[in-house]
Structure formats: C-alpha cells, structure tokens
Design a protein around this ligand. Structure first.
Ligand SMILES: *[C@@H]1O[C@H](CO)[C@@H](O)[C@H](O)[C@H]1NC(C)=O
Length: 304
C-alpha cells in the first residue's frame, strides 16, 4: 500500500468513527453520535469494577493490565509505521509487508465469501436487508458501543461478529501495551453490547506480525486475513484505487477462476454497502462465515 492510500483510508475510518458523515450528531464523552434517539451501550458495572472507569474511552483507549497476559511471551520487535517494512526481520512474519501467514491465521475459504469491516454503522442496516446467508462482520469497538442497535440487528440475523480493534489502529506501530489496549477494549465493547467474547480478529490494514499475534493469541483470538481485496473503501476517498466497474470485473474474475477465498469489504458507508450488495448479487448466497470456512466456533464464550 502506498502512503497516500494509507492516509486516505485512515481519514475515511476516522471520519466514519466520528460520525462526521452524518447530519445529526451530538457529543457524548468526546464521541460524536448520530441521532438523539440512538443510545450508547451503557458502561457496565463489571467493567467499572475492573477498570475504575465509568465511560467508554475515545480513539486512544487506556491500557489496563490483565493478569492472564504474559509479557515475556511477546517477541521484542521494534514498532514501525505502516509501509516501513525494512525495520524487522522476515521472521517477524508480517502479513501486510511480506504476505506472511502464520499457522493459525485464516487466510482462505472453500467458498468465495464476503467479509465486512469497520462497522457497525447506520449503513450496515441496508446491507442486512439483502444478506440471506450467515456472513462475517469485523466490528470496531468504538462503533459497537455507539451503534448498539445496529450491532444487535447483526446478531439477531445470525451473522458472525469478530473484532477489528477498538479504533482501527495500525497495531505494529504501537507498544505492547498499546496493542493490548486496542484488543481489550474491543473485546469489552463486544461483550458489553452483544454478551459474547470474540474468537476471530481482523487486523486493520492487514497489520499483523508475530509481536501482534503473541498478544492476540493470549486473548484466544485467531487472525483472519483475505485472498481478495476489493479496495471498495478507496472509492469514498480522494484517491480511488479502482473504479466501481473495475471492482465488479475483479469479482467476476475471482468467481470464474478459483471461485473460493475471503473477500475484503467494508460496511461503514452507504457507498461501500451499495457495492457490497451488487457483489452479493453477483456471487449469490452460497457463501460461508469465517467460522464455517475452517469448521471453527463462532465465539470464545457467549453469556446469557
Ligand atoms: C463479559 O461480561 C460478563 C457479564 O455479562 C462479565 O461477567 C465477564 O467478566 C465479561 N468478560 C469479558 C472478557 O469481558
């Protein structure tokens, strides 16, 4: 990925997270929400007991020490910014730098299957109306607590929900504590909103290496990467990498050739959701959720 692409993707995510694309917004605890009728997930008592906090953090969540994390298991690789791929050795097994896949990463699927990152968002609701198979959503914690009704709708429709971090950080650029904070707050957001703890984890920008994996594994998470990138998000940036027609042409080729694998898409804006609906129209509903791709469980734990 070129740096300019990275920056436009980041701006897309941040503006979506902050709700600046939506006309009716208000501020609550530093986070913009749409529509006064939309409520945040209440900050649960069990989390106050654990963290001493009473409201959800902003884009930069605080690190809360956890006694099940063994810091000595985390390899000592240097943090690096996205695109700075010469900092660490190949053994670091970076997906975004070197396309390296670890033994427990999920990279592919026997059926050509769409996955959706960066929600939940108001646009997700439109996508849900068209989906008639179990699909996979990798949600941001900050969006999950801000759009709990959408999160619940995804659950009610029987889809699989995984973690996409708290606020879309490029994890290899963070300290170990910073990575833990991004993961722990996303797990807590999902548990407080959906009463379950995730099994599947999609690293933002595909930013994962063995330092990140050493942390996510201690949460019981397995990384889910992709075979096919639509670049749908870039259409809502100032620097589109594809035309809409090129995206459909790519999908047609994937279907005609291997007809298998995981497709990366996004449900944080109306534009990418409309593209996802057209892609769904091309592929049909014979798709799998990530747990189905590998015969795995949906969640580590579901609470009642
Ligand atoms: C999940 O939520 C339950 C309450 O529903 C709480 O008892 C439990 O500690 C939470 N676990 C995690 C990992 O967030």
């Amino acid at each position: 990925m070129k740096l300019s692409n990275i920056i436009t993707h980041l701006i897309f995510i941040v503006t979506t997270v902050l709700g600046s694309r939506f006309p009716f917004r208000r501020k609550t605890g530093g986070i913009a929400l749409i529509g006064d009728e939309l409520k945040q997930t209440p900050f649960p008592e069990w989390l106050t007991a654990f963290t001493g906090m009473t409201q959800w953090p902003g884009l930069d969540p605080p690190y809360i020490p956890l006694d099940f994390i063994d810091m000595s298991k985390i390899p000592d690789y240097k943090p690096y910014h996205q695109g700075e791929c010469d900092v660490n050795p190949r053994e670091a097994c970076s997906f975004d730098c070197d396309q390296c896949i670890a033994h427990d990463d999920v990279r592919s699927c026997p059926k050509l299957s769409q996955t959706f990152d960066d929600g939940p968002s108001p646009a997700t609701l439109r996508l849900l109306d068209y989906l008639h198979h179990k699909a996979t959503f990798f949600t941001l914690g900050i969006n999950s607590v801000n759009f709990p009704d959408v999160y619940h709708k995804i659950q009610e429709k029987g889809h699989l929900i995984g973690s996409h971090t708290w606020s879309h950080a490029y994890l290899p650029s963070l300290s170990n504590e910073g990575i833990i904070a991004q993961i722990q707050w996303s797990v807590w957001a999902m548990n407080a909103t959906g009463h379950h703890t995730p099994k599947w984890f999609r690293p933002p920008y595909g930013g994962i290496d063995n330092r990140v994996r050493a942390i996510t594994r201690q949460f019981g998470l397995q990384a889910v990467l992709w075979d096919h990138d639509t670049f749908d998000w870039s259409l809502v940036s100032n620097n589109p990498l594809k035309t809409e027609q090129e995206i459909y042409n790519d999908v047609a080729v994937w279907k005609l050739t291997e007809n298998r694998g995981i497709i990366l898409e996004h449900d944080a804006s109306r534009k990418t959701v409309d593209i996802a609906i057209n892609v769904l129209d091309m592929l049909g509903s014979d798709q799998l959720a990530v747990s189905g791709c590998v015969n795995g469980n949906d969640y580590i734990r579901v609470f009642n």
